[in-house]
Design a binder for this molecule. Structure first.
Ligand SMILES: *Cc1c(COP(=O)(O)O)cnc(C)c1O
Length: 233
């Protein structure tokens, strides 16, 4: 059997970031929004340090990873070399990885259950770091996908705040792959607004311009910057 190609062999086009930045600027103009309202989270999952370094060299400072172990393996060296890098966890977080996640990440987009809230709350009593927290909404109510069902969102956000003492600042969603994303972005924005949340993590390579039109403050863009991943993750 042939070994799978290493992610580093996928060329990270220096123009990938430029093209995404160009499209973000365009989408902001169309939506009459300030470019500064939108944070580009460059999703570097599956790509190794050698693929990430050119993107850091181009000035990108905010990166997203979906696995704690993978991030722990490649990021400490990169963040030590370049001050000012912010790391975002965009994938599901297991309770037994909370300690490492709190130590490593600046923002966690995937708060999705009471047991995780409890683990985060406990960890905050042990270490001084306080990553910013977003609640993930399963807008398509897909059984295989993480996130809180839209109907349970208000009560869950209230429990995060009141029961667990967590400062939630935003919501995240991943629309179903086979549906038009706009209604999912609109629903997420509506839930955020009625809960006093100002941040919206929505939009990926295929739909970040639409997400910006619907108020995204964080777009999570991977393949459009780094190239095609060797396998879907
Ligand atoms: C992989 C991933 C992305 C980026 O996907 P692309 O289509 O490569 O831009 C965004 N959000 C989450 C949660 C992901 O897992």
């Amino acid at each position: 059997m042939m070994p799978p190609p290493a992610a580093s062999l996928t060329p990270s086009s220096p123009s990938g970031l430029d093209a995404v930045e160009h499209e973000i600027a365009h989408a902001c103009r169309d939506a009459r929004r300030d470019r500064a309202e939108v944070t580009l989270v460059a999703v570097s999952k599956t790509f190794d340090a050698d693929a990430i370094k050119p993107v850091i060299a181009q000035g990108q400072r905010v990166f997203g990873e979906n696995r704690v172990q993978e991030a722990k393996g490649k990021w400490p060296e990169l963040t030590a070399a370049t001050p000012g890098i912010a790391l975002h966890l965009i994938g599901p977080l297991q309770s037994n990885k909370v300690k490492e996640a709190v130590a490593l990440f600046d923002t966690i987009h995937s708060v999705d259950r009471d047991s995780l809230c409890e683990a985060l709350s406990k960890e905050f009593s042990r270490q001084p770091r306080r990553p910013e927290l977003f609640v993930q909404i399963n807008t398509g109510e897909e059984p295989q996908k993480a996130g809180i069902a839209p109907a349970d969102a208000d009560a869950f956000i209230a429990r995060c705040r009141e029961t667990y003492g967590l400062a939630i600042t935003g919501l995240m969603c991943i629309p179903p792959v086979d549906e038009t994303p706009a209604p999912h972005f609109a629903l997420t924005a509506k839930i955020a607004a009625r809960n006093g949340l100002t941040k919206l993590s929505m939009g990926m390579s295929a739909d970040f311009a639409t997400a910006i039109a619907f108020g995204a403050t964080h777009v999570r863009v991977g393949s459009a910057i780094f190239g095609t991943r060797p396998k879907p993750v």
